[in-house]
Design a protein around this ligand. Structure first.
Ligand SMILES: Nc1ncnc2c1ncn2[C@@H]1O[C@H](COP(=O)(O)OP(=O)(O)OP(=O)(O)O)[C@@H](O)[C@H]1O
Ligand SMILES: [Mg+2]
Length: 398
C-alpha cells in the first residue's frame, strides 16, 4: 500500500494503522498539523507517494480545522483520500461529506478492518478522480507558462486572463508569477500596487520556505495570488535562473495552478521555468515575423532536453486585415493552432484599465475565446461521493 499520513494523539491507533498500512505510515500529533495540504505532504517527505490522510478528531473538540484541511486536499490534491477518525459519525457525517472526506473511521477499528477501509477509500478516490481528472500530480498541480519569441504579442494578456479565470474556480489555489524579469507589467495589467516583488523574494525568508514566500505575494481582488515583477530593470539584475528554480519549486508545492508570464524569447529565466512547466502556451500574433519566430522557437524547444510539457499554440490578435490566415500559420509551424483570439479594442481597453477581460465574464467573442483557453486547464470533476462509517457496526451512520 502507498503511504498513509495519520494525525492522531493515540499511540494505539497509530500502532494499528501502521500494521494495517504495511509500515508505510507517517504519524504526527494533531497540534503539529499545518493548515496547508502541501505543507503536510512536505513534512511527510520521504515516505513515498501519499494516497491517504487520516485525521483523528475523536473527542469533544471542534473538527473544523480538520474539515478545512480535508476541503483543501479535495481542492488541491484530489487524488489523495482523506478519512476522518471519529466517535461522532452521526453528528459529523454531513459536514465531513461536504468537506470531501472519503470515509469515517471508528477509533477502535481492528487492524484488518483499517486495512480494508484504507484500500477501499483509496480505490474509490482513484475512481472518482479518474472521472473528471487524472489522479496524477499533473492533474492536481499544473504549471502553465505563457511564452513567445517576439514581444508585444499578448503574453501578459493571456497569462493574466488565464490566472483570473482559474482563480474563479480555485481562488486560493492559483498563483501568477511575473517572470518578465526586467519589464514585467503583470501588476499594471491587474491594477495592483504591490508591497513586495520578485526582488524581495530572492532575499531572506522568500527562498527558505513557502510560508515565507507567501507573505510576499500580492492578493488580487479575485482571490488570485500574484508574485509581482520587479519595479525597475536594475532590480532584475540580481535575479538568477537558480532563484527562479527555487521559487517555482516552493510555489508548486503549495498551489494547484501556477501561471507564469515571461519575457519574449528563451532567456535563462524562461528556461528555468520550462523545467517545471506542465503546459506551455506558445503565443504569436498573426503576422509573418511572429509566426516565423514561433516556428524557430518550436524547433529550438525540440532540440533542448526539457521535461515534457504539453504545448498549446495560441494565435492572438486575429483579424482579416493582414492577409495571413490561421491555415497559413498551421502550414508554417506544421501543427494545428489550438486557440485563436481575435483582435479587439476591448482587450486594449482592459489592459489600460488594469482589469482582465475575464473578470467580467462578457458574452462577446473575445471573452468566450479566452474562457475556452481557461477551460483547457480546468478539470471538470464529477465527484462520486460515497461516505460511510467504517466500524464494526457498519450502517450505524445511515
Ligand atoms: N487580442 C487583442 N486585441 C487587441 N489588443 C490586444 C490583444 N491582445 C493584446 N493586445 C494589446 O497588445 C498590447 C501588448 O499585449 P501584452 O502586453 O499582453 O503583450 P506581451 O506579449 O506581454 O508583451 P511584452 O512582450 O512586451 O511583455 C497590450 O496593449 C494589449 O492590450
Ligand atoms: Mg508582457
Amino acid at each position: 500500500m502507498s503511504s498513509v499520513i495519520l494525525a492522531s494523539a493515540s499511540t494505539d491507533l497509530a500502532r494499528r494503522v501502521r500494521l494495517a498500512s504495511g509500515d508505510n505510515l507517517f504519524v504526527l500529533a494533531p497540534e503539529q498539523v499545518p493548515t496547508g495540504p502541501a505543507q503536510l505532504l512536505g513534512l511527510s517527505n520521504g515516505t513515498g507517494p501519499v494516497q491517504a490522510v487520516m485525521l483523528d478528531v475523536t473527542g469533544e473538540g471542534s473538527p473544523d480545522g480538520s474539515l478545512g484541511l480535508a476541503e483543501r486536499f479535495q481542492e488541491q490534491f484530489p487524488h489523495i483520500a482523506v478519512l476522518l477518525v471519529t466517535d461522532r459519525p452521526n453528528e459529523l457525517g454531513l459536514s465531513a461529506l461536504r468537506a470531501g472526506v472519503r470515509d469515517l473511521v471508528e477509533p477502535g477499528l481492528p487492524i484488518d478492518e483499517i486495512r480494508w477501509v484504507l484500500l477501499r477509500a483509496i480505490e474509490a478516490n482513484s475512481a472518482a478522480t479518474a472521472d473528471g481528472q487524472k489522479a496524477t500530480p499533473e492533474a492536481s498541480g499544473r504549471v502553465i507558462t505563457v511564452a513567445s519569441p517576439k514581444g508585444g504579442v499578448g503574453k501578459t494578456t493571456l497569462a493574466t486572463n488565464l490566472a483570473v479565470g482559474l482563480a474563479q474556480e480555485s481562488p486560493n489555489g492559483t498563483v501568477l508569477v511575473d517572470l518578465d524579469i526586467q519589464f514585467g507589467d503583470v501588476a499594471a495589467a491587474l491594477d495592483l500596487d504591490p508591497e513586495y516583488t520578485l526582488a524581495d523574494a530572492v532575499h531572506g525568508a522568500g527562498l527558505r520556505d513557502v510560508t515565507g514566500l507567501k507573505t510576499l505575494l500580492t492578493k488580487h481582488r479575485t482571490g488570485l495570488h500574484v508574485l509581482c515583477g520587479v519595479k525597475s530593470p536594475v532590480e532584475g539584475d540580481e535575479i538568477t535562473a537558480e532563484h527562479v528554480n527555487t521559487i517555482l519549486g516552493l510555489l508548486i508545492s503549495e498551489f494547484r495552478y501556477v501561471v507564469i508570464d515571461t519575457a519574449p524569447g528563451m532567456g535563462p529565466h524562461t528556461l528555468a521555468a520550462l523545467d517545471h512547466t506542465t503546459d506551455l502556451v506558445l503565443t504569436a500574433s498573426l503576422d509573418v515575423p511572429s509566426v516565423r519566430g514561433l516556428r524557430k522557437e518550436m524547433e529550438l524547444l525540440d532540440e533542448l532536453e526539457l521535461p515534457p510539457a504539453t504545448r498549446h499554440v495560441a494565435v492572438n490578435m486575429v483579424d482579416r486585415g493582414g492577409g495571413l490566415s490561421l491555415a497559413d500559420v498551421e502550414a508554417t509551424i506544421g501543427r494545428k493552432v489550438d486557440f485563436a483570439i481575435p483582435r479587439s479594442s476591448k482587450v486594449m481597453a482592459s489592459t489600460n484599465r488594469g482589469r482582465p477581460i475575464l473578470e467580467d465574464r462578457g458574452r462577446d467573442k473575445v471573452s468566450k475565446d479566452l474562457e475556452q483557453l481557461v477551460s483547457r486547464f480546468r478539470p471538470t470533476t464529477v465527484r462520486k461521493s460515497g461516505l460511510s462509517w467504517s466500524s464494526r457496526h457498519r450502517g450505524a451512520a445511515s
